[in-house]
Design a protein around this ligand. Structure first.
Ligand code: NAD
Length: 259
């Protein structure tokens, strides 16, 4: 129970990778604040986590709104009595050829995946400094933050940006004892991938499931990734064993992108 007495806030925690991270950090002993846009999924996730004995609260908020992120952290401290770990996990995907990305699409994906992460980094660091907490900030990048993938140009641009913010924040907040890192998953079988696969089908005529299978076929370890696979890395980044690590964006992808 490496996180006994700690409190973690997970954005996009109502389903998918975020929920997997919340389950793992709760098993590690942390109290959990789940933050998400989707109130119905939040309520389902809360009951799942509570059944396993976790201390959990839910907050409906939009990470694109800076004030809502600040308020979510304050509410976490008020309700759970502390705040030690910020997981900037919420994100959206888009699929389109680079020549067809519209201004509205680019603004939308950057609002969630880049600004949402920036507001999370800012708000968490401010609260950690106020409370004198040597906190940990951990954000979702991707293999798409290390390599460019065709049809994922807008998405890749956001995930590269997360690596940039992670490096800068790590350097700026190191004097306060705050560490900032990112996790870079590969192909995780969540609702996000169901949507990516469907969009590829619309654009290329690929059969349903074929794009997902093609990506999984390129994984050295020979299987799709699970949320638990991602959560095991995040557990390390959230715990004391990673105290000497900062500014890193770690690939965990079963062998797809090599750095
Ligand atoms: P998902 O779509 O299954 O879940 C994302 C969650 O984020 C949803 O519950 C959604 O309601 C929430 N969310 C979306 N916009 C939000 C907003 N503005 N404010 C608050 N909550 C919001 O996605 P996932 O597959 O679990 O992905 C989680 C993160 O991991 C994302 O940042 C994604 O880019 C990244 N990632 C996913 C994969 C993958 O293969 N699935 C791979 C690499 C990185």
């Amino acid at each position: 129970m490496t996180l006994n007495g700690k409190t973690a806030l997970v954005t996009g925690g109502a389903r998918g990778i975020g929920l997997g991270i919340a389950q793992r950090l709760a098993a590690d002993g942390a109290a959990i604040a789940l933050v998400d846009l989707n109130a119905a999924d939040l309520s389902e996730a809360e009951s799942q986590l509570s059944k396993s004995g976790a201390k959990v609260i839910t907050i409906t908020a939009d990470v694109t709104d800076r004030q809502q992120v600040i308020d979510a952290i304050d509410s976490t401290v008020d309700q759970l009595g502390g705040f030690d770990i910020m997981i900037n996990n919420a994100g959206i995907a888009q699929v389109q050829p680079i020549s067809e990305i519209t201004e509205a699409e680019m603004d939308k994906i950057h609002a969630v995946n880049v600004k949402g992460v920036l507001w999370g980094i800012q708000a968490a660091a401010a609260r950690f400094k106020k409370d004198g907490t040597k906190g940990k900030i951990i954000s979702a990048s991707s293999i798409a933050g290390h390599d460019g993938f065709p049809m994922l140009g807008a998405y890749c641009s956001t995930k590269f940006a997360v690596r940039a913010l992670t490096q800068v924040a790590a350097k700026e907040f190191a004097p306060d004892g705050i560490t900032v890192n990112a996790y870079c998953p590969g192909v995780v079988g969540t609702d996000m991938w169901t949507e990516i696969d469907a969009r590829f089908s619309d654009l290329t005529g690929a059969k349903k499931g074929a794009t997902f299978d093609k990506f999984v076929g390129s994984i050295a370890l020979g299987r799709a990734q699970t949320a638990e696979d991602v959560a095991s890395l995040v557990s390390y980044l959230a715990g004391p064993d990673s105290d000497y690590m900062t500014g890193q964006a770690i690939l965990i992808d079963g062998g797809m992108v090599y750095r």
